[in-house]
Design a protein around this ligand. Sequence first.
Ligand SMILES: C[S@@+](CC[C@H](N)C(=O)[O-])C[C@H]1O[C@@H](n2cnc3c(N)ncnc32)[C@H](O)[C@@H]1O
Ligand code: SF4
Length: 169
Amino acid sequence: MYSTAVYIHWPYCLKKCPYCDFNSHVKEQINHNDWRLAYDREIEHYANILGNRLVTSVFFGGGTPSLMEPETVQYILEKIHACWSIANDCEITLEANPTSIEIQKFKEFYDVGVNRVSVGVQSLRDDQLRFLGREHSVSEALNALKIANDIFDRVSFDLIYARPDQNDG
Ligand SMILES: C[S@@+](CC[C@H](N)C(=O)[O-])C[C@H]1O[C@@H](n2cnc3c(N)ncnc32)[C@H](O)[C@@H]1O
Ligand code: SF4
């Protein structure tokens, strides 16, 4: 059986960072139920094309998937499970922004099957986080990493380097 990785995109953020080229948008109202149905149809569409596969990785990227309802993540993982076989050691990652609202949801994401988070730290300097238009501080980022490490076995974080005029860390 062929191995497959599944990428799920959540295209919404609390705020659009000025440097970001990704498919990410700010929207007041999001119909989470409509999104669940859309993911359902899309996964089914690809299952019909691909046939049975061994899923070795699922990646929830964005946008900001830590703003998803954990029930939606659970729904998607159950749908993937219904359509394909899932490897015992399947890595299930969710990208997270380190704001306090999202940190509180880490345990809920773990409980529905996420086993790795990728935290968007970007910089360990508060002036640079402000320059990048981020919604978090250095202390919030470090707190997010600590909480993530307490919950998940696998944690990664992003940093942005080679910023304009950068000549140190
Ligand atoms: C698309 S974001 C999604 C995660 C989350 N929304 C965040 O910003 O932390 C994934 C990562 O892409 C990086 N990124 C964003 N804009 C980029 C760009 N224009 N070029 C390269 N990397 C970028 C950031 O480091 C970010 O953590
Ligand atoms: S939070 Fe992440 S995905 Fe959203 S605009 Fe900023 S870098 Fe892009």
